[in-house]
Design a protein around this ligand. Structure first.
Ligand code: UTP
Length: 277
């Protein structure tokens, strides 16, 4: 039903300079795997195998990562080292990859609008791969949980998480009515509010399912906070005219766009999930 997953990866990653001066933030490795590969694996687990990237200048390494590296493959063919390529080979065998470019960094909403031709007229998922989401035990991944919920509600869904007051200004924040345990019908949203202006402490994290009418709405959404086209503003329009669900996902999330979150993620993955592959 949902087959496509869009990865906006055009951002500059300024919080990680100088590491991200010539290397995409999404290629930063958490232990031995780049962030973007974790995102694609989560998408694959949810059954979304058509992967679209909205890239920008200096992001070629992402394209190369999901392509064959002939010299390398030739060099290590038949040796013990071949096992290190298992995880990326599995992803490459099961997914297709398409790329488009965002020419100017005009915000997440604009990046998603740039992905319109890759998505077409169908519901799709969005993953911000600097938000690393990992499973709690045997639980499904976050995107798989959201795909399950979409079958029930058939409208846009945003993953949400409770955050402490002093963190609220970093997120899009929802207001809404809880219709089931952990499931909210959204009626308000603010991008990066001051604590006193926030409708709740429920922050949107980098996992979305969007219905395709979002493109039309984004086209008509003026620049908002920081002069960028904000997905949050478009989602609020969608919530007012139809339905947007906020879903308190089960699992752990690390903000790998920040140094602290990245270090926490690295230590968690090394202790709990690291495999030699
Ligand atoms: P962020 O604000 O977290 O990413 O955007 P950033 O701009 O790369 O990071 P900092 O703040 O400068 O350190 C969230 C996601 O949206 C993408 C980013 O690549 C990231 O995955 N994005 C953001 C775009 O693709 N285009 C944009 O114009 C803005």
């Amino acid at each position: 039903m949902i087959k496509k997953c869009l990865f906006p990866v055009a951002g500059y990653g300024t919080r990680f300079l100088p590491a991200t001066k010539s290397m995409p933030k999404e290629m930063l490795p958490v232990v031995n795997k780049p962030l973007v590969q974790y995102g694609v694996e989560e998408s694959l687990e949810a059954g979304l195998t058509e992967i679209g990237f909205v890239t920008g200048r200096g992001k070629r390494a992402i394209e190369d990562h999901f392509d064959v590296s002939y010299e390398l493959e030739h060099q290590i063919a038949g040796t013990d080292k071949e096992a290190y390529l298992t995880s990326i080979r599995e992803v490459m065998a099961q997914c297709t990859f398409s790329f488009t470019r965002q020419r100017e960094m005009r915000g997440l909403g604009d990046a998603i609008l740039n992905g319109r031709r890759l998505v077409g007229d169908e519901p799709f998922a969005v993953v911000l791969s600097d938000d690393l989401c990992v499973k709690d035990g045997e639980m499904d991944g976050v995107l798989k949980q959201m795909v399950g919920l979409f079958k029930q509600f058939r409208c846009s869904i945003v993953a949400i998480q409770e955050v402490p007051d002093d963190q609220i200004h970093k997120f899009g924040v929802i207001g809404g009515e809880q219709i089931k345990q952990g499931i909210y019908q959204v009626n308000h949203m603010v991008e990066k509010p001051k604590k006193e202006d926030a409708p709740s402490n429920l922050a949107i994290i980098g996992r979305y399912i969007l219905t395709p009418d979002i493109f039309e709405i984004l086209e008509n959404t003026p620049p908002g906070k920081n002069g960028e086209i904000q997905l949050t503003d478009a989602l609020l329009t969608q919530a007012k005219s139809g339905c947007v669900i906020g879903y308190k996902f089960k699992g752990k999330r690390f903000d790998c766009g920040s140094v602290d979150g990245f270090v926490d993620a690295t230590s968690y993955v090394y202790k709990n999930l690291y495999s030699q592959k």
